[in-house]
Structures are given as structure tokens and as C-alpha cells.
Design a protein around this ligand. Structure first.
Ligand code: NOJ
Length: 763
């Protein structure tokens, strides 16, 4: 036995912790440190480490806030805090922990850093539309730098829930509907946040959420039940969480829904068997906000029962609910939980603190000289502008109306055209809306003096005052103008009458998507529809700029618009980034990561559905086929879709072989040509279909993509190398398998318009 081990045995024996055996192998430094510390801890102090509180004062992210926080910290009853902003406050709270609590254990300080910290970047769904993994990683890196310069060391991101129901407001927080792309983005974000060294003072611990399947809430209603087959879980919903874990995510947050009838926060299969045993996760699990308490409403039992269930399932930290704090000791005394279970949770929390370097220096992230230099710094705003431009998706562009000329007269109209309060989008808890650049300012500055820009509001975001009240919870997002709707419209038409082209900036208020912002009708508010109809009647070119946190129903708008640009919610640099795109300083390259339905009845709608035994087939609705009487099966805009100011063409696919064995590599080559007038980027997408398999397979699955930049007139050979790993699917034993047989490979610029080739995998 080495010295450390001897010491640990001595400490453990002295503390009377017979059950806590020191590890048999020579302990590494962290284990030795944590063992020695735990040997000194009382049961109450150990339970205290499992407690995460929110003292309030910031933007509310849940229905309750914690009370008596100061005395709880002093008594060793708090492991971590979130919801407090700024080095001074964080330093003060940390000081309490490391000077007034008996064992002086530092706390972790977390926050919802979702799309940037104080400098707000485009919402995650927007970023995903860039299909630019390096950029997405950089957005997380910059957010980590800024957050750590302001005292934080833990972020509640990435949100990797696959989402196929745009009624669910939280689709805005994720990467859309696709498993492959979602997994790549999950890993990129973890890398961006955590870097190579968690203890560095500019990296944060990521928290992948919401584990698991939260995006599949029934009817798109937030917090609703989830029920799905294991096959679908393993094939479609679980891989992005797994990718984040494999990338080293230090923590995991549970989801609010149940899975197989057991709430996620009390689900042992999920957190112990799958996450820890199968996936080898070594970090800690935190619940979502009061999720243990909510298990009472789920019907598992009272708070003591729910808390014990959560601990035994593998939860290490209780967010805000204080179920652990108030009931675990009693459960221990009654034999309902074991000391070992409490110790396991405590150990994992202490290990996280160790990895973050907090024991070495509890004030590691409290360097106010960094705050001055790095928070809201110019480089971050420059990045926000670039990210914004690269996230826009051009959905229509007739007559090359875009890019706009930097001359003549433009009528800039719409409730979101000269607005700061909605630019950040939801979940910008530390972002200051007033620092946003409105579209009007961006257009004036990018357009320059040669262009005359006239402005009119034209309409409220909504005339529905009941809806406005609901979306104004964090400040006024949807105001009701002192002018009547008719007066607003008259002004807009007057301004439009004097212009060469109309740019209408319309959409959702930022809080019409996000948490607890489900909508059963995902159309544009009717008063904005009326505005667009009136503007279209002028006969002038109508560019519609759409701000939204989810796919919307846009049949009429897409018909009326000459050009349609989806800009989502872009963050602080919205106006500049949008103007960069509208005036052609940046040629849009975004592609949709969620399908846009034609009506709500088509939902759930996603590109990689299965075929059914009676597929729709070509042509109109047919009897005894899988189709609707009243709408086609096709979406309005498919997954992967997005135009450019230039045009791209694809050659036929060339394969290096049409028959491959498991050990072979299949090389696929297409020539991509920029056939238009502008330099531009194209996301070349590769999909696969397995024709016959023991498990029914989707019509296509994204398997690879490359974002390629080509000058006008340039062509380039794009090469993809596929191996048998790309041909795998989840078999009936839930393990990835491949099966010999025929495959179709598709390549193109969206999931609908594709070149195809066939090959066979031979045994
Ligand atoms: C509830 C949300 O579901 C979660 O995403 C968030 O991180 C927590 N609240 C903390 O604010």
C-alpha cells in the first residue's frame, strides 16, 4: 500500500466510515483528494453537495427560486449555484462557501449559456442551419471565454434533443430533426465549451440535456409524456447525447418527461444502465428544474419517495427542488437509500469541482480584469455578425430580387424591422436586448448613403392581447402600438408606395418559441398575414425577412413573397448580419435543419420517414395509399433546403465500385459547379437508403456532408469515402449491424433534389 492509500485508510477509519473502502489500486491524485475529503464529511455535508440552488435575481428560468441560500451555504448545504451573474456576486457567494462552511468546499457556478453569454449569438436552431461545425464550435468557445471571464464554470448546454414537432417551442434550442447532424453539432459544442483542459480558466463544463427524449413530447406540448420504441430511441433519439458524452461532456441534465412510464429523473435504466454502464459516462447528473418534485405530480409518490428514486436511479444533483436536502437523510435512516448511493453522488460532484480546478483556486473564474477585457468585447460582436449571416436560409428568390442594390428606395416595413427587444431570441438570460442592432440600423449602415430607406411598422407582432401578455413575461416583446391596426397599415402602404422594393420583417416574438411556448397553430399572427397581403397587392417586389424560433406554416407568405429569407433570431448583431445578406456582402448558404410543413396536420413530418407498405407514389392522392385527402405528403420546404444568390449544379454520381465487401471503402465522387454569377457556398449532402433489411429502414438517412465554397464559374470534385460503418443500422438486439444487400446513395443540395447511384454490399 502506498502512502496516500495508507493515509486514506487511516482517515476513513478515524472517521468511522467502515463502509467506505479506499480503492484497491494506487489512487490517482483526484481520487485520493476526494477520498480524503469525503472521509471528513458528515452525511449532511455530503447531501449538501447534491444540492443546486438558484437564489433568484436573474431572469427566471423556473417557477420557484431558492430561499435562505446564505445560511444553507454556510452550513455546507449547497454544492452549486446558478442564476447569479457577475464576478462580484459570484466571488461573494464563493467566499461564503470557502470561509464560512466547515469544510470550505467551493461551489460550482452555472448558468443557461445557450447561444452566447452576454454577447448573444443566433439561436441554436439558426446556428445549426449553417451546417458549419467549426463555426458552431467557435460559438461555444467564445461563449465559454466570455462566461468564464464573468465568474461561471458550468453551462447548461448543448441541448441535443432531436425535435420533429415544430409545435414544441423548444425546437429553437436544438439542432433540428436529424440524428447525424445533431450528433456532430453536439460533439462540436462540447469541444468548444470544454476545450482540452477543464481546469483552464477560460473553459466551462458542458451539461448535455435533456436526457432523454425530451423533444418527442406528445402533441408538441412542453413537458408532456414520451412513449417510443427502444429501436427508435437507439436509432434516432439517443445518438446525439451519446456523441456529447463521447466528446467528454462533464455533466448531463435529466429531462422532464417520462420514458417507458418512468420519469427520466427517476429512471435507473436511463441513468445507470445506459448512461453509466453502457456509455461509460464518468461525470455527474443534475436534474432539470424541480424535476424531482415534479415526479410527485407524475404520480411516483411523495417527495421523499421521489427523491430516493432519483438518487437510486443515478441522479447526483437536485436542481432547486431541495428534495435531496430535505429527505435523503431520513431515507438513509429508514434504509430506503444507502450510504453508498449518497457517497457516489457526492463523489461525482466533488470530482467535477476537482476537474474544474476549484479546490486549487475557488476564485479561478473570478478575474475581474478579464471581465473588463472579454465580456462584450468587439471580437465577439464581430463573430456574432458572421454567425448571423451564415445562419440565414434563403427559401425563395424570384427574379434575383436579392441581393438588393445599394441604390434607389427601399421600404422597410414590419413589426420586427426596427425592434431591439426581440433580436436575441429566447434563452438569452444574460443578454441585454437593448444592445441589439435593429434591422433598420443595419440596413442603413450596410446600404450606405446611396440607398434611401423608408420605415414603417405596419402591424403589431400580434393584435391578440392575451397572447401578447403571455410572451411578455421577460419584458415587453409584443407591444400594442398606440396607432390602430388600420392606421399602421395605412402608413405602411404610403411608405411602400414611394419605394422601388419592399422589405417586410415579420415573424414571431422571441418568446413565442422556447420553453413552455408550445403553439398548436404555427402560422404567422393573422395581423401580420394581413400586412403581407396588402403589401403584395402593391405589385412591388416583396422581400419577406422572417424571424422565427421554429418552422412556421408559410404557404401564403411563400406565394406572395418575391423573396423569402429566414433569419431566425440572430442575437445582438441581427441588423448588421441581416443587412450583410440582403445587400449581398454575404451570399446566404444556410440549409434547413427542420422540415417546414404545409399545415399542422402533417406533423410530425421529417425527411427520413419510413416507406410504409403503401407509399404515396407519384401523382395526386390515391385510394388505398398512405396519403391525405386534403394535403400532399410533401412539406413546403424539405430538410436540407436553402438557396443561394448563385446556382449550383451536380454531376451524376461516380462510384469507384458498385459492389463492396465489408472491408472495402466505397468512394463516391460528384462534380459540383457554381453556375451562377456569385461566389458562394453549398452544403453537399449525402444520404443513404438500405433497400432490404431485417428492420424497416427510412427512405433516406443523412450520412455525410461537406460545406464547399466555389467562386462563380468554378467546379470542383467532391469526394466522399464510405465504409461499412456508414451502412449500419440498429438491429433488433439494439446493437449496430450491417446486412449485405442493395443500397442507394443520394447526393445533392437538399433532401429532396438528389442524384442517385446504386451499389451492393456483398457478404
Ligand atoms: C429548465 C430548462 O428545461 C433547462 O433547459 C434549463 O437549463 C433549466 N431550467 C435551468 O434554467
Amino acid at each position: 500500500m502506498n502512502r496516500i492509500l495508507l493515509l486514506m485508510v487511516a482517515v476513513a477509519t478515524a472517521a468511522g466510515l467502515g463502509a467506505q473502502k479506499p480503492v484497491a489500486q494506487p489512487a490517482n491524485k483526484m481520487t485520493a483528494f476526494v477520498n480524503a475529503l469525503m472521509a471528513k464529511m458528515t452525511v449532511d455535508e455530503k447531501i449538501g453537495q447534491l444540492n443546486l440552488l438558484n437564489p433568484g435575481g436573474g431572469v427566471a428560468t423556473g417557477a420557484v427560486v431558492s430561499s435562505g441560500v446564505e445560511s444553507k451555504i454556510k452550513s455546507g448545504g449547497v454544492g452549486a449555484l446558478f442564476g447569479i451573474i457577475g464576478v462580484d456576486k459570484i466571488r461573494q457567494a464563493q467566499q461564503l462557501a470557502v470561509s464560512s462552511s466547515r469544510l470550505k468546499i467551493p461551489m460550482i457556478f452555472g448558468s443557461d449559456v445557450i447561444h452566447g453569454y452576454k454577447t448573444t449569438f443566433p439561436v441554436p436552431l439558426a446556428l445549426s442551419c449553417s451546417w458549419d461545425l467549426a463555426m458552431i464550435e467557435r460559438s461555444a468557445r467564445l461563449a465559454a471565454e466570455e462566461a468564464t471571464a464573468d465568474g461561471l464554470s458550468w453551462v447548461y448546454s448543448p441541448m441535443v434533443d432531436i425535435a420533429r414537432d415544430p409545435r414544441w417551442g423548444r425546437v429553437v434550442e436544438g439542432a433540428g430533426e436529424d440524428t447525424y447532424l445533431g450528433s456532430k453539432i453536439a460533439a462540436a459544442m462540447v469541444k468548444g465549451y470544454q476545450g482540452n483542459d477543464l481546469a483552464a480558466n477560460n473553459t466551462v463544463m458542458a451539461c448535455v440535456k435533456h436526457f432523454a427524449l425530451y423533444g418527442a413530447a406528445e402533441a408538441g406540448r412542453d413537458y408532456n409524456s414520451v412513449d417510443m420504441s427502444r429501436l427508435k430511441m437507439y436509432e434516432t433519439y439517443l445518438p446525439p447525447y451519446r456523441a456529447a458524452i463521447d466528446a467528454g461532456a462533464g455533466s448531463v441534465m435529466t429531462s422532464f418527461n417520462d420514458i417507458d412510464g418512468i420519469p427520466a429523473s427517476g429512471n435507473k435504466w436511463l441513468m445507470t444502465d445506459l448512461l453509466r454502464k453502457q456509455w461509460g459516462f464518468k461525470g455527474f447528473v443534475v436534474t432539470d428544474y424541480t424535476a424531482i418534485n415534479e415526479m410527485v405530480d407524475h404520480g411516483v409518490g411523495d417527495l421523499q419517495v421521489a427523491s430516493a428514486l432519483a438518487l437510486k436511479a443515478g441522479v447526483d444533483m437536485d436542481m432547486v427542488g431541495e428534495g435531496f436536502l430535505t429527505t435523503l437523510k431520513k431515507s438513509l435512516q429508514q434504509g430506503k437509500v444507502t450510504q453508498r448511493q449518497i457517497d457516489d453522488g457526492c463523489r461525482r460532484v466533488l470530482e467535477a469541482k476537482y476537474k474544474l480546478g476549484l479546490f486549487e483556486d475557488p476564485f479561478r473564474y473570478c478575474d475581474s480584469s478579464r471581465t473588463q477585457r472579454e465580456v462584450l468585447s468587439a471580437d465577439k460582436r464581430t463573430a456574432a455578425r458572421e454567425f448571423g449571416a451564415r445562419s440565414c436560409v434563403l427559401l425563395k428568390n424570384n427574379n434575383q430580387t436579392l441581393p438588393l442594390k445599394k441604390s434607389g428606395t427601399i421600404a422597410l416595413i414590419g413589426p420586427l424591422a426596427n425592434n431591439k427587444s426581440n433580436m436575441l431570441g429566447t434563452w438569452a438570460v444574460s443578454g441585454e436586448p437593448q444592445l441589439s442592432v435593429p434591422v433598420l440600423d443595419g440596413m442603413r449602415s450596410v446600404g450606405g448613403s446611396g440607398v434611401n430607406i423608408l420605415y414603417a411598422k405596419g402591424a403589431n407582432i400580434t393584435d391578440d392581447t392575451a397572447l401578447a401578455k403571455k410572451v411578455n413575461v421577460f419584458g415587453v416583446r409584443a407591444d400594442v402600438d398606440s396607432l390602430s391596426p388600420d392606421q399602421l397599415l395605412t402608413q405602411a402602404l404610403e411608405v411602400a408606395g414611394r419605394a422601388d422594393v419592399i422589405v417586410a420583417v415579420v415573424g414571431e416574438a422571441s418568446e413565442m418559441s422556447g420553453e413552455a411556448a408550445s403553439r398548436s397553430d404555427i402560422s404567422l399572427p393573422v395581423n401580420q398575414q394581413r400586412l403581407l397581403q396588402a403589401l403584395a397587392k402593391t405589385g412591388k417586389p416583396l422581400v419577406v425577412v422572417l424571424m422565427n424560433g421554429r418552422p412556421l406554416i408559410l404557404n401564403m407568405e411563400a406565394e406572395l413573397a418575391t423573396s423569402l429569407l429566414d433569419v431566425w433570431f440572430q442575437g445582438h448583431e441581427a441588423g448588421n448580419a441581416i443587412a450583410d445578406v440582403l445587400f449581398g456582402n454575404y451570399n446566404p448558404s444556410g440549409k434547413l435543419t427542420m422540415t417546414f410543413p404545409r399545415n399542422v396536420g402533417q406533423i410530425p413530418i421529417y425527411y427520413n420517414h419510413k416507406n410504409t407498405g403503401r407509399p404515396q407514389g407519384a401523382g395526386p392522392t390515391q385510394k388505398f395509399r398512405s396519403n391525405y385527402l386534403d394535403v400532399s405528403n410533401e412539406p413546403l420546404f424539405p430538410f436540407g433546403f436553402g438557396l443561394s444568390y448563385t446556382t449550383f449544379s451536380y454531376s451524376e454520381i461516380k462510384l469507384n465500385r458498385t459492389s463492396m465487401r465489408a472491408a472495402d471503402q466505397l468512394q463516391l465522387r460528384v462534380t459540383l459547379s457554381n453556375t451562377g454569377q456569385f461566389d458562394g457556398e453549398e452544403v453537399v449532402q449525402l444520404y443513404l437508403h438500405d433497400e432490404y433489411a431485417s428492420i424497416t429502414q427510412p427512405v433516406k438517412k443523412l450520412k455525410a456532408f461537406q460545406k464547399i465554397r466555389l467562386q462563380a464559374g468554378e467546379s470542383k470534385d467532391i469526394v466522399f469515402n464510405l465504409t461499412v460503418d456508414d451502412l449500419k443500422f440498429v438491429g433488433s438486439d439494439l446493437k449496430p449491424i450491417y446486412e449485405p444487400g442493395n443500397f442507394t446513395v443520394f447526393v445533392g443540395g437538399n433532401s429532396r433534389d438528389l442524384k442517385q447511384a446504386k451499389f451492393v454490399l456483398v457478404p
